[in-house]
Design a protein. Structure first.
Length: 238
C-alpha cells in the first residue's frame, strides 16, 4: 500500500558525538558509527526512523563527519539524507538550532545518535498536537538506577523540572527522542554554542514542554558496558 504523503515525517539525528567514554572499545569513528554486530549503530537508528514513516533525515554531524557521509551518501532506504555540519562543536542546543534550518516541516523529530528508544512516532505526534506543545520529550521509566537525571511532570504531563543524577528506585528519564516546533528557538537570544538540556531547564515557563512516556525498548551505547549489551539485544532488529 502506498504511504499517505500526509503521514511522511522529518527527523534530525544528533550524530556529532566524539564518544569519549567509548574510546576503550571504539576509537576511530564517530560514536553513531560504532559497530553493533558489524553494522554501524546509525543503521539501526535509520531503520527505526524508516519504520516510523520518516522520509527525510537531517544528520547533525561534526567529529569525523565525512566517515558518515562516505558510508551513507545522500539516501538510505528511500529516505533523503541531508548533512548539517558543525565546523566546531556547538553543543546539543547549537547543533539542533543549526539543523532546524534544513527542516521543511512545521514539526520535526529529534533523535540522539547514541541511543535507541523504540517510541511510536505517530502516537507521540498525536499527543504533541493534542497538547498544543512546543516541544515533547519521550520518557522511559527506569528502576534502581543512578546514571541518569529524571524529568518531573504534572498531572497533565507538562514538564515541571529536571532533577540531577542520584540513586532512584523508580523515575522517568529523558529517552533522547523529541518532537519540536521548527520555530522552537525563535524569540530567544541564544549563542551559537549552547546546551539543549540547559535551554529546556531555563525556559520551562516560557514554552509548552510536555512528556510522552513509552515502555519501548531503550539502550544507550554511551558506555562500554551498554555498548556490549546492545550487540546482544539488537541482534535481531535488522
Amino acid at each position: 500500500m502506498a504511504k499517505d504523503l500526509k503521514n511522511k515525517m522529518e527527523a534530525i539525528v544528533l550524530a556529532g558525538g566524539l564518544g569519549t567514554r567509548l574510546r576503550s572499545v571504539v576509537s576511530d569513528v564517530p560514536k553513531p558509527m560504532a559497530p553493533i554486530n558489524g553494522i554501524p549503530f546509525l543503521v539501526y537508528i535509520l531503520e527505526y526512523l524508516k519504520k516510523n514513516g520518516v522520509d527525510r533525515v537531517i544528520l547533525s554531524v561534526g567529529y569525523k563527519w565525512k566517515i558518515i557521509k562516505d558510508y551513507f551518501g545522500e539516501r538510505y532506504g528511500g529516505m533523503k539524507l541531508l548533512y548539517s555540519v558543525e565546523d566546531e562543536p556547538l553543543g546539543t542546543g547549537g547543533a539542533i538550532k543549526q539543523a532546524l534550518n534544513f527542516g521543511k516541516d512545521e514539526d520535526i523529530f529529534i533523535v540522539n545518535g547514541d541511543t535507541f528508544f523504540d517510541v511510536d512516532f505517530k502516537s507521540l505526534a498525536a499527543e504533541f498536537k493534542s497538547k498544543k506543545a512546543d516541544l515533547m520529550l519521550s520518557l522511559k521509566t527506569m528502576f534502581n538506577f543512578d546514571r541518569y537525571g529524571c524529568v518531573e511532570t504534572d498531572e497533565e504531563k507538562r514538564v515541571v523540572s529536571f532533577t540531577e543524577k542520584e540513586y532512584r528506585n523508580v523515575g522517568n528519564i529523558n529517552g533522547g527522542i523529541y518532537l519540536a516546533k521548527k520555530n522552537l528557538f525563535e524569540g530567544f537570544q541564544l549563542p551559537d554554542k549552547f546546551s539543549f538540556e540547559t535551554f529546556m531547564r531555563e525556559h520551562l515557563n516560557h514554552l509548552a514542554i510536555y512528556a510522552f512516556v513509552s515502555d519501548g525498548y531503550f539502550i544507550d551505547i554511551g558506555i562500554p558496558e551498554d555498548y556490549k549489551k546492545a550487540n546482544i539485544e539488537l541482534r535481531d532488529y535488522l
